[in-house]
Design a protein around this ligand. Structure first.
Ligand SMILES: [Zn+2]
Length: 107
């Protein structure tokens, strides 16, 4: 692969990441279309092979593609589990630093 192409890829990834943040904000503002926006995020993620950071991943359920609202959050030693309110499926995050635990209160 050329160096030129590599740079283009990096630029495309940056734009995609910004777009994902915009889409999350849109989903929060327009709850009627949250399913549609989260679908778009998953598509962007797979085409650009982006690994989402945990503050974004925690905001929605990857099974039913709805935002977490009043979902149950449980914290054990090194594991944070969120049980979805709509489909009652569980997603788990493993704690790597204290940063992750501090972020839970912000949701
Ligand atoms: Zn769900």
């Amino acid at each position: 692969m050329n160096v030129k192409n590599m740079k283009l890829k990096e630029i495309a990834n940056k734009i995609a990441k910004q777009r994902i943040i915009e889409l999350i904000n849109n989903a929060e503002n327009l709850p009627e279309y949250e399913n549609y926006y989260i679908d778009l995020i998953m598509k962007l993620k797979s085409t650009h092979k982006i690994k989402l950071e945990w503050p974004i991943r925690m905001k929605f359920c990857k099974h039913c593609r709805h935002l977490h609202k009043n979902s149950r959050i449980r914290i054990k030693n090194k594991k944070i589990s969120i049980i979805c309110n709509k489909c009652s499926k569980k997603t788990e995050f493993f704690k790597k630093s204290n940063k992750l635990l501090n972020g839970v209160s912000e949701i």
